[in-house]
Design a protein around this ligand. Structure first.
Ligand code: SF4
Length: 698
């Protein structure tokens, strides 16, 4: 009988602990009862992990120009083409597009290579599509990208408000914890979502607001809190700035409740109930996710929510706080190491002082001095010829990026595309070099979940074929580019220690991302590292709640940010009269490269289905089961139709998962809107104007 290995689920940002073992050739997986995120629970996706480990479709050998190659030949070519491209066209002519599936150690090295040694900040991540607006909102309010609370806060709250979050399907174990707590203490749950989602079915109150009207709703709430004396004047005076200006703008934007109800298209009594519950319930947690972030005004939406918590002092205390939850297993780890193009490692910014800090720490000869291209910009730069070499790690932008048809054109035009991944995807079709990477169960390192908890992913399977861990591939490429002294790593523990040391580098005591206590972990302690929440400062107990009083802004105060309601980037019109939103299904993960292998997960939704509001279906004389064509200003898709009473009139929903691998032309990517938030660069995936017609099948 083999040894059971403690590891972490590779899917969503809840970050559940998993116990995995291999008996002969049969893997078994169960929830880790000792992991604080899930206490033994797993959702349908996590419970099926053992069924996703078959090697069919795996990349087992490097390929150059579609032919098998040795690692030496493939890596020499990658190093030479990147080096030559930079020599000819400058450092901003190359880019890395990485993934929340990478482990922190992989992410750290990719960021170090691009920003410190290749001299460009053109490294961005698919987490840009997921939570970049939350990062930008946190930085505006707190000075650093901090999620103040813990999962326990959802269990200790009396009111939990889910904004743009179908927690029941997208973060199922956290939803299970919330429902279990409600059975004990009678927690009220409010869901704010245009769609009557699975989470809304479990709510005490569902507010099906007009898409994009979140800022108006929360500006109205702030005005209501002030008018009813529900704000906390002491907290505002001692720990915040900007209250008066923020309130004044909220009051002018949302002068009375009737106008908010009309603007948000909500029943006035439902709106009044929500405002009353929020005003009178000190223990309130507001959870927000992709429905808030994936918007051309996502950052303002985040700050509108944060404003209400800061004005009431409900932050960083038991059972209270704003709580951004991440979609991917290591979106938070990527944020820590600077995986976004607009920030440096350790939550540092591109200021002269902080670039100097990082440059000296890395002994970097050529540190990037300015932010790089964000995801949408990066592919557009490849399409227009400015970006000439692109390395894509562990993600499938040919399907998942908005306006995916243009992204495929970009990949076709880019002179040199490298893809390191575990399986063939729509994106590997465009690669000049394919590098086989280690998959979940084979790789080893750390991830950080939505409550800032670092957990180990540990290997329990041998590496198949010639596959290698991402950190090894990146370090090997860096050495061949001439940076051997800066990339000498023999183990992932060395990389983790360096990352931890950088977070504590010349720490002036204000920063909250601090892993100083982990910066000299011996290898054995790294291997045995239990789930550990940051901050993890030397000499103090790690983890806990943050931001109740101490805030890492220059004046030590949190900032309320005045925000004004703006509509979607492109409203519906006569040509495209239906508002499409996109999202996850219960049993699928991203572009289905793993969950699509499991028949019982596929059984939940065997094919892509467009949910369409009954009014539009009737007006178009469409029936359940009809094959329909979806046209947007950006592209087309095909799907089966389902008439829905869970959608507001004029709206439709399409899952994000399907790709050309599973159902030709049926994917949300090609129709999605590439308009982005001005602060975060996050695309507006939650509002796409479309028209729907019966498909003509030839
Ligand atoms: Fe994995 Fe998320 Fe499910 Fe937990 S809730 S088992 S992390 S997919």
């Amino acid at each position: 009988m083999s040894v059971e290995v403690r590891t972490t689920c590779p899917y969503c940002g809840v970050g559940c602990g998993v116990l995995a073992r291999l008996d002969g050739d049969r893997a078994q997986v169960r929830g880790d009862p000792d992991h604080p995120a899930n206490l033994g629970r797993l959702c349908s996706k996590g419970a099926a992990l053992a069924e996703t480990l078959a090697l069919g479709g795996r990349l087992l050998q490097p390929e150059v120009a579609g032919r098998p190659a040795t690692w030496d030949a493939a890596l020499d070519l990658v190093a030479r083409r990147f080096t030559d491209t930079i020599a000819q066209h400058g450092p901003d002519s190359v880019g890395f597009y990485v993934s929340g599936q990478l482990l922190t150690e992989d992410y750290y090295l990719a960021n170090k290579l691009m920003k410190g040694f290749l001299g460009s900040a053109n490294i961005d991540t698919n987490s840009r599509l997921c939570m970049a607006s939350s990062v930008a909102g946190h930085r505006r309010a707190f000075g650093e990208d901090i999620v103040p609370g813990t999962y326990e806060d959802l269990e200790q709250a009396d009111l939990v408000v889910l904004v743009g979050s179908n927690l029941a399907w997208c973060h199922p174990v956290l939803h299970q914890r919330l429902l279990a707590a409600r059975a004990q203490r009678g927690t009220r749950i409010v869901v704010i979502d245009p769609r009557r989602s699975a989470a809304a079915e479990d709510a005490d109150l569902h507010l099906p607001l007009r898409p994009g009207s979140d800022v108006l709703l929360f500006n109205g709430l702030l005005a209501h809190l002030a008018a009813t004396g529900a704000t906390d004047p002491d907290h505002i005076a001692q720990h915040t700035t900007g209250f008066a200006d923020t309130l004044a703008l909220a009051q002018s934007d949302a002068p009375d409740r009737a106008r908010v109800a009309k603007g948000c298209d909500l029943h006035p009594a439902d709106l009044a109930r929500f405002y009353d519950w929020f005003a009178t319930t000190p223990r309130t947690v507001t959870v927000y996710s992709q429905g808030v972030n994936q918007s051309a005004h996502g950052t303002d939406k985040v700050n509108a929510i944060l404003n209400c918590h800061l004005a009431t002092g409900r932050i960083g205390r038991e059972g209270m706080g704003p709580f951004s939850i991440t979609g991917q297993p290591n979106a938070m780890g990527g944020r820590e190491v600077g995986g976004l193009a607009n920030q440096l490692a350790a939550h540092m910014a591109f200021t002269p002082a902080e670039t100097d800090r990082v440059s000296r720490f890395w002994t970097a000869p050529n540190i990037a001095m300015k932010p790089g291209l964000k995801a949408v910009e990066m592919f557009e730069a490849a399409r227009t010829g400015r970006l000439k070499a692109l390395w894509i790690m562990g993600t499938n932008p040919a399907t998942s990026m908005p306006d995916a048809t243009r992204v495929r054109e970009a990949l076709r035009r880019c002179p040199f595309v490298v893809v390191s991944d575990v399986t063939r995807t729509d994106t590997t079709r465009f690669a000049h070099v394919i590098l086989p990477a280690a998959a979940w169960g084979e790789k080893d390192g750390t991830v950080t979940n939505s409550e800032r908890r670092i957990s180990r992913q540990r290997a329990f399977l041998p590496l198949p074929g010639e596959a290698r861990p991402d950190w090894e591939i990146i370090a090997e490429a860096a050495r061949r580019m001439g940076f051997a002294d800066a990339f000498p790593y023999q183990t992932r523990a060395e990389i983790f220690r360096e990352h931890a040391a950088l977070t504590a580098f010349e720490n002036d005591g204000d920063r909250l991302l601090d892993l100083g206590a982990l910066s000299d972990l011996p290898d054995a302690d790294y291997d045995a590292l239990p789930p550990t929440q940051w901050p993890a400062r030397r000499g103090t107990e790690p983890g806990g709640r943050l931001l109740a009083t101490r805030v890492p802004t220059p004046d030590g105060r949190a900032r309320l940010v005045p925000v004004r309601h703006e509509g979607p980037a492109r409203p519906v019109d006569r040509d495209f009269p239906i508002a499409l939103t996109t999202g996850r299904l219960r049993d699928q993960w991203h572009t289905m490269t793993r969950t699509g292998l499991v028949p019982r997960l596929m059984a939940h939704a065997p094919e892509p289905v467009l949910d369409l509001a009954r009014r539009e279906a009737q007006a178009l004389a469409l029936q359940d089961g009809d094959l329909v064509q979806i046209d947007s200003p950006h592209g087309q898709a095909l799907a089966r139709l389902r008439i829905s009473d869970a959608l507001r009139p004029g709206e439709a929903f399409l899952p994000m998962h399907w790709s050309g691998l599973y159902a030709a032309r049926a994917s949300s990517g090609p129709v999605s809107n590439p308009a982005t938030d001005a602060h975060s660069g996050q695309p507006e995936l939650k509002h796409v104007p479309i028209r729907v017609t019966r498909a003509t099948v030839r």
